[in-house]
Design a protein around this ligand. Structure first.
Ligand SMILES: NC(=O)c1ccc[n+]([C@@H]2O[C@H](COP(=O)([O-])OP(=O)(O)OC[C@H]3O[C@@H](n4cnc5c(N)ncnc54)[C@H](OP(=O)(O)O)[C@@H]3O)[C@@H](O)[C@H]2O)c1
Length: 305
């Protein structure tokens, strides 16, 4: 083989090493998840759907969630056809009462929950970027992406604690912008992009604040940016190119959900597989505490002194 051919073959072999994993390879890479119960919000589509299917093939019982019951049934059927088990919960996170009902139903149906993946989300292209309010009166992305997940996590925390060691994972994004507490409901100068970035920083701040509170409970709480501009519904609602595959993002979620390396490790913001640096406001203790207090007041939860 001449030098040029050797280089071509080497590059091909290297590309095989760095390519994303497929569902068929998962069993060789990730631990067996038999006996684990895992809730993935927003698993009727996109990233959540892929992760749900892959975790189902590793033996976990998957709680599928979304608004669309038809797609929910499809995902459950796909997991079952691969030999796994799953159940669908329908809830619109634009309604906090829907979140409360879903948490009640899950607590009624299951005594343990090993992993909660807070993944459901609306993107910056929702309603063409126009400001919409939830039925509870909050800016829609702030509610669906952040408030609803804060409430769900809080309501399921007793079950996660009795199932410890357990994991909570907030799917955030590297797209973040500081929250203006005087206008958290974004009545002024609203844009879809700003609303998305605020909600994603709130996911990170929620993680950092609660990872500290949960120290010593056996419940870890981490957050991550999966990949940039995967070709999912929310990305296709906005102009601009697709830059990553859903598989690339799913590999990151699979790692943070399953990796034995992360046992006992909490309060980390992952940018894909590396520890990343979030927006500065996430490291401001006063801002984190302020967001938490404000959130608990909004949600009618007891406020810590
Ligand atoms: N795509 C990317 O490049 C990218 C990059 C960074 C971070 N992320 C994050 O990754 C997560 C998943 O995004 P994706 O790209 O996979 O989005 P997607 O394909 O648009 O899927 C969004 C999921 O959220 C659910 N959902 C949306 N609105 C809801 C509501 N009001 N109530 C309940 N469920 C709702 C949808 O279910 P129904 O349609 O059944 O309601 C769907 O299952 C999001 O948190 C996103 O911020 C994505």
């Amino acid at each position: 083989m001449n030098n040029v051919n050797t280089i071509i073959v080497s590059l091909f072999l290297l590309s095989l090493c760095i390519t994303t994993t497929t569902r068929a390879q998962d069993a060789d890479i990730y631990p067996d998840m038999t006996g684990k119960t895992i809730l993935i919000t927003g698993s009727t589509d996109g990233l959540g759907r892929e992760v749900a299917t892959r975790l189902g093939m590793l033996g976990a019982h998957i709680l599928i969630h979304g608004r669309n019951a038809e797609r929910g049934a499809e995902v459950v059927a796909e997991i079952k056809s691969n030999g796994g088990s799953a159940q669908f919960y329908q809830a619109d996170f634009g309604s906090l009462d829907n979140v409360r009902d879903m948490a009640e139903a899950i607590k009624r149906d299951y005594r343990r929950l090993d992993v909660l993946v807070n993944n459901a989300g609306l993107g910056s292209g929702f309603a063409g970027g126009e400001r919409r309010e939830s039925e509870d009166g909050y800016e829609m992305l702030f509610q669906v992406n952040y408030l609803a997940h804060y409430l769900l996590t809080e309501l399921l925390l007793p079950t996660l604690k009795t199932s410890a060691p357990s994991r909570i994972i907030n799917i955030a994004s590297r797209s973040q912008i500081a929250i203006d507490f005087d206008d958290f409901n974004q009545e002024n100068k609203h844009t879809g992009r700003k609303a998305y970035r605020i909600s994603k920083l709130a996911n990170v701040m929620h993680t950092f604040y609660h990872a500290e509170l949960l120290q010593g409970t056996g419940v870890t709480f981490n957050t991550l940016h999966p990949a940039s501009r995967m070709g999912t519904t929310m990305v296709l609602q906005t102009p601009g190119p697709v830059r990553s595959t859903i598989d690339e993002g799913a590999d990151v979620v699979m790692y943070v959900v399953t990796s034995p390396d992360l046992v006992g490790r909490s309060g980390i913001y992952f940018e894909q597989f590396e520890e990343g640096r979030a927006n500065d406001q996430a490291y401001d203790e006063v801002a984190r505490e302020r967001l938490d207090k404000m959130t608990r007041e909004i949600l009618g939860l007891s406020v810590r002194e």
